[in-house]
Design a protein. Structure first.
Length: 303
């Protein structure tokens, strides 16, 4: 009886943890979609910055027909979501993408109607270059949040992922081809200057999306090959308070036996590592790499 009670408590706890995790995930996806919609309406739509994707096509369609961009995004994603259902994981794909797509499309429609009435000065700037920059920043932060917590806005990413799964064609190139194609068409519809500004928005969106998705690379990985590896290891452990892994290696050219050390350290402590190595073994070979994310520590210490 006691064992079954413990099991029930554990299952109940796991359910609560799962609910908290899912709630946090969906909340962050919703925030990301709102930010993306806000940046899109405030900085892209007024200047016809069709920076790729279904949203870019929506700007072009609006120019010719006057049809609402938000509703165009919503309607265009329906057949794309049907494709995604059959080729990208069925309900798992629908679950991870529907919330972001709905909030983005409906948020676009809401902001497009509400902001001009709410704010006397709309758009916020008369400088199209500033608009392209801030469009990329805000849209990139929003989409980065969506991707980081497992969602997608849908759009042209759906066929790009299907092509990747079926043919192995790189996703980055698929995105580049589709988005650049839309930007070129926008240049023919509007002006080439508008197309160039849209390209700035596209590049900045990618940069800030990656920044939010992966974070800043504050940690560095260090590999050191030395004859005096034990002394260097002790100095790193006691002076920098970092744990160190080590193993024996053999030089491919010289055939001599050495010891390789491997550890992670904050970017700001790389100079200290160099000082330790040059002090103990100036002939040591050291390689410093970039680490996007690091877990764990040394005796409970964090980086």
């Amino acid at each position: 009886m006691a064992l079954s009670t413990k099991i029930r408590r554990k299952l109940s706890l796991n359910k609560k943890e799962l609910l908290v995790r899912v709630g946090t995930q969906q909340s962050m996806i919703a925030i990301g979609a709102i930010l993306s919609a806000l940046g899109f309406v405030v900085f892209q739509v007024p200047y016809n910055l069709a920076a790729g994707g279904v949203s870019g096509i929506g700007i072009i369609v609006k120019h010719y027909t006057g049809f609402s961009v938000g509703y165009f995004i919503l309607l265009s994603n329906i057949p794309l979501f049907v494709l995604g259902y059959f080729y990208l994981g069925k309900w798992r794909f629908i679950w991870s993408s529907t919330l972001a797509m709905l909030i983005f499309s409906l948020g676009t429609e809401y902001f497009a109607n509400a902001l001009p009435d709410y704010n006397g000065q709309f758009p916020l700037t008369n400088n199209s270059l500033l608009a392209s920059i801030y469009a990329g920043v805000l849209y990139g932060i929003g989409s980065g949040l969506i991707y980081r917590f497992g969602g997608t806005i849908g759009g042209t990413s759906v066929p790009a992922r299907i092509i990747h799964n079926k043919t192995g064609f790189p996703l980055s190139q698929s995105y580049l081809i589709t988005d650049m194609g839309i930007i070129v068409v926008a240049g023919l519809v509007f002006t080439m200057e508008t197309s160039m500004l849209a390209l700035i928005t596209l590049v900045l969106t990618g940069i800030f999306s990656d920044y939010v998705l992966e974070g800043t690379a504050q940690t560095r990985t260090v590999s050191i090959v030395s004859k005096n590896a034990n002394r260097i290891r002790d100095a790193v452990v006691h002076e920098l308070h970092r744990g160190v892994s080590h193993w024996d290696v053999t030089g491919g050219y010289s055939g001599e036996h050495r010891t390789m050390l491997y550890f992670t350290v904050l970017r700001s402590r790389i100079y200290d590592v160099k000082f330790i190595v040059s002090r103990i073994d100036p002939d040591a070979f050291m390689v410093v790499g970039v680490s996007q994310q690091t877990w764990g520590g040394f005796n409970g210490r964090k980086l």
